[in-house]
Design a protein around this ligand. Structure first.
Ligand SMILES: [Zn+2]
Length: 452
């Protein structure tokens, strides 16, 4: 390992130069163009990466300017899957140019340095290290770089049209140690027609996969005092404001946003407002909704969905709800453990909604993703992690999906460490220079462990 470390630390300037070249391309998804399915800049990032890989002596393949790979060895047994597209950097809090790599006190700032251009650079140099140090490879390595991870991973569909993924694939696009199980996900829509009565309008939430942090509604035929009294005795933790205008009472509710995979950390403004309304007006549908998704409940129990296995429990978030004179519509996000499947969730939701007079309209979703903890691949990743990091390796189950969710045998390995907030997708995204170099050592060791 010392030989690898020495090699990596001697290449520091070259490594930063490659990362700089990638960060300088603002590879945010753009309008599809001929020969640029995800826009010009993601294509430019892909072409730049191909050029760098070729310069380092790897054979390079580019599928439709959507996804490419650099190959070492004849076969491809180990895949490292990274992405070169980034989310926009419109935030006002940036202290440096997000599309210019800035190093300050051992910290690297720039859009993509943690997600996922830094890890892509680390994986590339791990391959170069294996090549220059003449690892006695018995198996081949393929570094795959896509350009649509942030917007639906359609790049992987294009790859699948042309090629097969290696049997073992890891993506350094999440956290250490190893994520081997990703819960299933279903985002479903429902709708219905009902008499609003005192309820004139309701609008809450806008992001399907988040706990909604705001909701507003208008009601009539109720005194403002009655509403204010209900607000006073409310124990949800949400903040309410009540306005009266010409006999119409407007109530706004502020909760706390959270990712749908960790709903306990949020305060759901939609269910909090529905619960408040049920204390001041009479409305059969709102009562039904509160019955099946009560405020504060995140395990789907009242929906008939509660379940768990040794890796975790199902979570449910009522993320969007709208009502106007034409009827209502809403969105439910469910993350479910491996003991259930999409068909079960669909059927249960359909029946529960029907009982309160609403209609299940359809869903998008993915079955759970599992790579056994005792498989050789996972055990090797963990042992490399323990050796290089000097920390206990263990497997993690998550409620979100990573880049390998739909790749058989794929696991996420790196590069976030511990509870550090790297400002991924936010302002001042960073990785420390030491971490970047350590990632290269880790990935080079992984190549040696698995391919030699
Ligand atoms: Zn990513």
């Amino acid at each position: 390992m010392n030989e690898i470390k020495e090699w990596v630390y001697s290449k520091k300037n070259e490594i930063l130069e490659v990362l700089r070249e990638l960060v300088e391309i603002p590879s945010v998804m753009g309008k599809a163009e001929e020969n640029a399915p995800f826009g010009t800049e993601p294509k430019n990032a892909l072409l730049k990466m191909c050029e760098i890989c070729e310069k380092f002596g790897f054979s390079v393949t580019n599928y439709e300017n959507a996804i490419g790979f650099a190959q070492m060895g004849e076969t491809s047994d180990l895949g490292i899957l990274c992405h070169l597209d980034v989310v926009p950097a419109n935030g006002k809090g940036w202290k440096s140019n997000p599309f210019d790599l800035t190093e300050k006190n051992g910290v690297l700032y720039g859009r993509g340095v943690i997600d996922d251009k830094g890890p892509a650079t680390a994986a590339l140099f791990a391959m170069l290290c294996a090549k220059e140090l003449d690892f006695p490879l018995k198996k081949g390595v393929r570094l795959i770089f896509g350009t649509n991870e942030e917007n639906g991973s359609l790049d992987l569909e294009i790859y699948k049209k042309h090629d097969k993924f290696p049997k073992m694939v890891f993506t350094p696009d999440a956290g250490f140690p190893v994520i081997n199980i990703e819960k299933g996900m279903m985002r479903s829509n429902f709708s219905g027609k009902f008499e609003g009565g005192s309820l004139k309008s309701f609008h809450g939430g806008s992001i399907p996969n988040a706990v909604p942090d705001s909701a507003v509604c208008e009601i009539v035929g109720v005194s403002a005092d009655k509403v204010k009294a209900a607000v006073k005795s409310d124990k949800s933790g949400a903040k309410f404001a009540v306005f009266e205008d010409n006999g119409i009472i407007k109530i706004s509710c502020e909760g706390k946003a959270a990712h749908a995979s960790t709903p306990k950390t949020g305060i759901n403004a939609v269910t909090a407002l529905i619960s408040l309304l049920n204390r001041v007006i009479e409305n059969k549908t709102l009562c039904g909704l509160e019955k099946i998704v009560p405020f504060g409940e995140t395990n789907g129990k009242s929906f008939g969905l509660e379940c768990s296995d040794e890796h975790g429990a199902l979570t449910l978030v009522f993320s969007i709800f709208d009502y106007n004179e034409n009827g209502c519509s809403g969105t439910i996000d469910v993350r479910f453990p491996c003991c259930k499947n999409l068909a079960f969730i669909e059927e249960t939701e359909r029946n529960t909604l029907r009982e309160i007079g609403l209609c299940f309209d359809g869903y998008m979703g993915d079955e759970p993703h599992i790579v056994p903890e005792n498989s050789e691949f996972i055990r090797k990743l963990l042992s490399v992690y323990e050796r290089v990091e000097g920390e206990k390796g263990y497997c993690v189950t998550i409620g979100g999906g990573t880049y390998v969710h739909n790749i058989e045998g794929g696991a996420a390995f790196g590069v976030e460490r511990g509870d550090t907030d790297y400002h991924m997708h936010g302002d001042n995204e960073f990785i420390t220079t030491d971490e970047l170099l350590k990632d290269i050592v880790l990935f080079a060791e992984t190549i040696r462990e698995i391919c030699c």
